[in-house]
Design a protein around this ligand. Structure first.
Ligand code: HCB
Length: 225
């Protein structure tokens, strides 16, 4: 039964049908299906199929845009359910999120922000196509603990390094942890550019953010009084 709902969710993303995608999300909530399970087992696999079909030339840009609309419609139903859990938790940390300059992919970043919120983090999402300097200025204003930088294109990955350089230039690097993610990003790349961590998906981003907060409090405790 669940498998057939997940298959229908996946198909709604492939077909790019927002009404069906959101209706299936509502049905899943009514049936008590955990929202994260619907996202991870239904909608996200649909996005992966779309990416593969696009790469093989079997889908085109307008199809990919319609699929993104379907995914966003489902998330609009599921996000409030996920976020409800965060309201009852103590503040876990302040996270600033954004997609790098030149890149307009946002679905994965929004999902990361939703799960961080659900786990008690205060999240500020800068949006897409964000220059390094804007990350640094907002990190200072918010006194962010963590900056999360998303990049989905091999051509925009290098701008993650630019964000780290902007934080260094602003004198903020020792106070702000940086985590990176996005489909082409790897742990190795994160190490190469001097990020503090890499997360392959939204749940790993929550675990990483918690670990980075622990690292921050350990280094604060070690500072001379
Ligand atoms: Co886009 N696109 N796209 N696209 N797109 C990709 C990314 C390709 C891989 C498709 C392909 O060729 N197979 C490809 C990139 C190739 C490459 O560089 N290696 C590609 C291309 C080429 C392009 C254009 C250049 C196409 C064109 O114009 N000819 C163009 C670029 C526009 C631009 O950014 N300047 C483009 C445009 C689009 C849209 C607008 C149609 C649409 C985005 C809509 C939107 O976001 N509002 C789109 C989409 C939807 C995709 C695919 C199909 C899905 C992306 C997605 O939402 N995945 C994608 C194929 C793919 O990635 N497999 C394809 C689902 C989410 C949940 O996964 O990986 O984004 P995620 O996020 C995860 C994870 O990475 C991690 O957690 C998230 C949640 O689990 N994470 C973080 C992400 N960020 C993190 C930050 C952290 O700090 C920590 C963890």
């Amino acid at each position: 039964m669940l498998d057939s709902i997940f298959a229908a969710m996946r198909q709604s993303v492939i077909d790019g049908t927002p009404d069906t995608a959101s209706e299936l999300a509502r049905q899943a909530i009514a049936a008590g299906t955990p929202p994260l399970s619907a996202i991870n087992n239904g909608y996200v696999p649909g996005m992966h199929d779309v990416g593969e079909q696009f790469a093989r030339g079997q889908m085109f840009l307008p199809d990919m845009m319609a699929s993104a609309e379907a995914m966003r419609a489902a998330m609009a139903v599921l996000e409030p359910e996920l976020k409800k859990q965060g309201a009852e938790r103590p503040l876990a940390g302040i996270v600033l999120l954004g997609t790098t300059k030149g890149d307009i992919h946002e679905i994965g970043k929004i999902l990361v922000g939703t799960l961080l919120t659900a786990h008690g983090f205060l999240v500020h999402d800068l949006g897409v196509d964000i220059p390094g300097e804007t990350f640094a200025a907002k990190a200072r204003e918010l006194r962010a603990d963590i900056v999360g930088v998303s990049a989905l294109l091999t051509t925009t990955m290098r701008n993650q390094k630019g964000v780290i350089e902007s934080l260094e230039k602003a004198g903020l690097r020792s106070q702000v942890k940086v985590m990176v993610g996005g489909a082409p990003v790897t742990r190795r790349w994160a190490e190469e550019i001097g990020a503090d961590g890499y997360a392959k998906d939204a749940m790993s981003a929550v675990a990483l953010a918690r670990e980075l907060m622990e690292q921050k409090s350990r280094s604060l405790a070690a500072e001379p009084a």
